[in-house]
Design a binder for this molecule. Structure first.
Ligand code: SF4
Ligand code: FES
Length: 275
């Protein structure tokens, strides 16, 4: 199969980028999109050119490392599929593919197709956990969780943090991601003690990172490789409003966004860091 790729090449955050055209004449239908880029990179290296930078790890659709736009669609044309799992069967002989990185100010570009998604890590660090004392492992059945609650928590926990939802959203909103991370803990009994503070802190952190607001467009869930439902955003909003109303005197003032309380562990080159 012959394909023409137009790939975004950009040396670094401060250099100008452009689409570069590559002709591939022998693409196997069975290859994944990332394997197609591997083949192209081998050709580029053989010619002494610099290979295309892109992120990957598991190549099984479970780690969330990979992701870029293909012809304007996050993760490409196949529903519920990451680019590492996207086979070239989804394209036809002679197709032309435009491949670009996620575009959002909260995901600054590092190189070519690689963007900095540590803003997601900071959202999780601001409250996406349950505080427990370490010690002996508790009895597995000490806290019983009804099946329907466990299923809802698992559905939200399926989020792999790829960032496609942000890239697809016209507002560059992280509401689907943040909603998923809030919901998968917020529906479980173990997540109740910190439920309000979690919603307040994580939403505050998402705003601080520069993600836009949600206006219920739904592009996020349409491209999400894990099919996280919009329902998690509604749940996040309910938790946030309830928390803001019921605890405004007690806990709202204790929100400490990640970048303000973690200078000791702050990652270097944090684009949002305050000196
Ligand atoms: S909600 Fe979906 S698209 Fe967004 S980061 Fe999670 S898995 Fe990726
Ligand atoms: S490389 Fe892990 S999800 Fe694609």
């Amino acid at each position: 199969m012959r394909l023409t790729l137009h790939v975004w090449r950009q040396q670094g955050p401060r250099t100008k980028g452009r689409l570069v055209r590559y002709q591939m004449d022998n693409v196997d239908h069975e290859m994944s999109m990332l394997e197609c880029l591997d083949v192209l990179n081998e050709e580029l290296i053989g010619k002494g050119d610099e290979p295309i930078a892109f992120e990957h790890d598991c190549r099984e659709g479970i780690c969330g490392s990979c992701g870029f736009m293909i012809n304007g669609v996050a993760h490409g044309p196949a529903r519920a599929t990451t680019v590492c799992q996207l086979t070239m069967r989804n394209f036809k002989d002679g197709d032309s593919l435009t491949i670009e990185p996620w575009r959002a100010s909260a995901f600054p570009l590092i190189k070519d197709l690689v963007v900095d998604r540590r803003s997601f890590d900071r959202i999780v660090a601001s409250g996406g956990y349950i505080s427990v004392s370490t010690g002996n492992a508790p009895d597995a059945n000490a806290i019983l969780v009804p099946k329907d609650i466990a299923d809802r928590a698992m559905d939200a926990a399926a989020c792999i943090g790829c960032g496609a939802c942000v890239a697809a959203c016209p507002n560059a909103s992280a509401a689907l991601f943040t909603g998923a991370k809030i919901s998968h803990l917020g529906v479980l009994p173990q997540g109740q003690p910190e439920r309000h503070l979690r919603a307040l802190s994580m939403v505050a952190q998402a705003n601080l990172e520069g993600f836009g607001g949600c206006t219920n467009i739904g592009e996020c869930t349409a491209v999400c490789p894990k099919e996280i439902p919009l329902e998690v955003i509604a749940r996040m909003n309910r938790d946030y409003i309830a928390a803001a109303l019921s605890q405004r005197d007690a806990e709202v003032n204790t929100i400490r966004p990640f970048t303000e309380w973690s200078t000791g562990s702050k990652l270097v080159n944090d684009p949002h860091a305050t000196s």
